[in-house]
Structure formats: C-alpha cells, structure tokens
Design a protein around this ligand. Structure first.
Ligand code: MN
Length: 254
C-alpha cells in the first residue's frame, strides 16, 4: 500500500512526524508532500495568482510553497509516479470539529484526495489550553492513531466521501475509545477577533478560530471529544441540502 502524508501545519510541524509514524505501521511506501509554511485556516484554497515551488528534501519527501490543496495536487500530478492508495492529512495541531471543517486546510487536503477518487482521512489532535502541561500534546493521536485508522483501510468509502478523525485532549490511557459520529456545530462567538496595536502604534485584528461555546448535541463529534472519545466522522462533498430542492424550485415556478 502506498500512502501520501500531508498536512496544513507545514512540512516542519511535529504532527506531520506523528502521522508518518502512524503511516509506517501500515506501509513502508510512505510519501510526504506538505506545505512549506503553516497553512491553518487555508480551507480548500488553490494558489492561482503566483507560482508554487516544489522543494525536494529526500527520495519521498517534498514541500510545496502553497496550500494543502496545492500540495496534494502537486503530489498526485508531479511528485508521485503512481497514485497513492491512501492519503492521510495531519495530525493537525488543534480540533477540526463541527463548523471548523470548511475552514480547515487539514480536512481540505483530504477533500482534494476524495475528489481524485483516493481513500482520504484527515486526523486532528484536539488541543486544550487548560492542559498545556508541557507534555506530549499528540499523546492520544500517537497511541491511538493506528487503531483509529485500521478499520478505515478495509471499509468501503462511498464516492466523493472522506473521513475526519479527531483525538481528544487527554493522555493516551485516559482516552475512552472510538465513536463514529456526525458533524456537530459550534456557536461561533464574534469575540474571537482580538484587536491590538502593533509596535508602530497601528491597529491590527487577529482572528482566533476557536468557538467559545459548543452545542453538544447527542451523537456529534463535539460530544464524543467532550466525553473523552476519538471522533470518527464520514463526510461527503455533496453540500446540497436535498430537502430544500423541491420547495425552492416551487418558488421559481410562475
Ligand atoms: Mn493546522
């Protein structure tokens, strides 16, 4: 099995190394092609208004001066002589839960894989500022990664679907297990924009992505993480709200 590993935290991010270790449990044909700089929040963006450069660091290790989507495209079109059987994106430093998904470069790299018809999984380690004890923040992902991934490798994925995995912010032995759950939603607070002054006295604004409050609906990724479980969520690229099709079409009928 040939595996492509990518991320949105950048080629030098510690989570990429964690994911390479997980991938190595399944294959010795692991390729890395990741953005040269951090691209968190890049979503599914593609670099169109400037060139991207490809940097080769070793036989199967590359960085791209662009977005996560650019990296997957470059890997599939330029870097790899044959397509991978599996694309893994992460392990992201921080949650990709609920409404995070459309902002996420991590999930978007997996979306790009799904568009190419390749089995793709995004992996994120939820980070808790309260638990910033200097320990290994990727402990749960490191210990549970292969167990979370294993069953996905021989599960059929429907066309244009991918899987989003989040690890709870807990020590590995405090993780309670794995739940397959739907995407929840955040109550985003406008308070996540911080205003300040730069060293020259000019005003700036800085976005924080994390929601202040969650709606912990039953059976969601947010609830699973809150209760100490790994959240596994199948996602689809079809964003159509099917039950609105009929009623909306009626509004256009004369
Ligand atoms: Mn990130």
């Amino acid at each position: 099995m040939r595996i492509l590993v990518t991320n949105d935290d950048g080629y030098h991010a510690p989570g990429l190394e964690v994911l390479e270790e997980i991938a190595a449990r399944f294959s010795d044909d692991v390729w890395v092609c990741a953005p040269s700089e951090e691209q968190s929040g890049a979503g599914h963006s593609l670099t169109l208004n400037r060139p991207v450069r490809l940097q080769k660091f070793a036989e199967r290790r590359f960085a791209v001066t662009g977005t996560p989507t650019d990296s997957v495209m470059m890997a599939l079109r330029e870097v790899m002589d044959a397509p991978p059987d599996l694309i893994l994106s992460g392990v992201n430093r921080g949650a990709n839960l609920g409404d995070d998904i459309t902002y996420s470069g991590t999930v978007s790299a997996a979306i790009e894989g799904a568009l190419a018809g390749i089995r793709s999984v995004a992996l994120s380690q939820v980070y808790s500022r309260d638990r910033d004890d200097g320990g290994d923040m990727f402990a749960a992902a490191r210990q549970w990664g292969a167990r979370a991934l294993g069953p996905l490798l021989d599960t059929p994925f429907a066309d244009r679907t991918l899987v989003n995995v989040n690890f709870p912010p807990r020590a590995a032995d405090a993780v309670k297990g794995i739940r397959v759950v739907r995407q929840g939603f955040h109550d985003y607070s406008r308070g996540s924009v911080v205003e300040g002054r730069d060293p020259r006295g000019f005003r700036y604004f800085w976005f924080g992505l994390h929601a202040i409050e969650h709606t912990l609906d039953h059976g969601t990724d947010l609830e699973a993480i809150d209760e100490g479980y790994i959240a596994v969520t199948p996602l689809q690229l079809d964003l159509t709200h099917h039950s609105s099709l009929g009623p909306m079409a009626e509004r256009y009928e004369v």
